[in-house]
Design a protein around this ligand. Structure first.
Ligand SMILES: C[S@@+](CC[C@H](N)C(=O)[O-])C[C@H]1O[C@@H](n2cnc3c(N)ncnc32)[C@H](O)[C@@H]1O
Length: 232
């Protein structure tokens, strides 16, 4: 499909660090996506092995690789060629049946109502809010009615009053060197250059896109939100 010239270019907006080979090589050490617990939770909701599962913004594929051991049709989608190089190597070493596609929320295409579960962790914040809404609507169209969207991201769960103090507190929790994990500079870059939004903006967007929020879970600092969503 010919895209209009005003369409967001996902290759340009995917996050500086996600095309940085050093960051990507270190990613699995730095970030534990708790994939085993996620697969176990979702297996209860989606038992059929034949289910069609898509991980959007799969990165190094911590979730997608484990999901491919549980379900037969699993596709990992990401716009970063550097992330996908590493994922392809991991999939080859694991002899995995995982399908890997270079695309993003706004470009990955599937027939309407063909997918049972879409998983997306720590990736939607790469889109500004207008494009988040477009992405959520595209996800809703791909999912069959009753299908599941598991969304987990940095989403600010606090009132506007006090936002500056809450963000400063979060940045102060960053490590001083990359050996520790996410650094203060990483967290500052996230706030300054990426597009995490407030829960009180994202949640109406989810409703507008055609999702019912079945579960929402926020950490105590109001920085991370996990949602279990059903396509209505
Ligand atoms: C922090 S990593 C998260 C990877 C993985 N989901 C996890 O939880 O470990 C963010 C990923 O989002 C991807 N990303 C950035 N923009 C995207 C877009 N428009 N559509 C899909 N994925 C995107 C990046 O390339 C990167 O691999």
């Amino acid at each position: 499909m010919q895209r209009p010239t005003w369409f967001l270019d996902e290759a340009d907006s995917l996050g500086r660090e996600n095309t940085d080979p050093e960051h990507v090589a270190r990613y699995d050490e730095k970030e534990d996506a708790r994939a085993a617990a996620e697969v176990a939770m979702l297996r209860e909701l989606l038992p059929a092995t034949t289910s069609d599962v898509v991980d959007l913004g799969a990165g190094t594929g911590q979730f997608a690789l484990l999901a491919a051991e549980q379900w037969e049709n699993v596709t990992a989608v990401d716009p970063s060629p550097v992330m996908l190089d590493l994922l392809r190597r991991k999939a080859e070493a694991a002899l995995s049946s995982l399908r890997i596609v270079e695309a993003g929320y706004l470009t990955y295409d599937r027939p309407a109502a063909s997918v049972d579960l879409i998983y997306s962790r720590y990736a939607l914040h790469h889109l500004p809010d207008f494009w988040k809404a477009i992405a959520l609507s595209r996800i809703r169209t791909m999912l069959r009615p009753g299908g599941i969207l598991r969304l987990w991201d940095v989403v600010y769960h606090f009132p506007l009053d006090g936002a500056i103090e809450r963000i400063e507190h979060w940045c102060s929790t960053g490590y001083s060197t990359v050996e520790g994990g996410w650094t203060r500079a990483d967290l500052e870059e996230h706030v300054r250059d990426e597009h995490s939004t407030f829960t009180w903006l994202l949640e109406p967007m989810l409703g507008e896109a055609g999702f019912a929020i079945e579960e929402s879970d926020y950490d105590d600092d109001g920085i991370f939100a996990k949602y279990l969503l059903r396509a209505i």
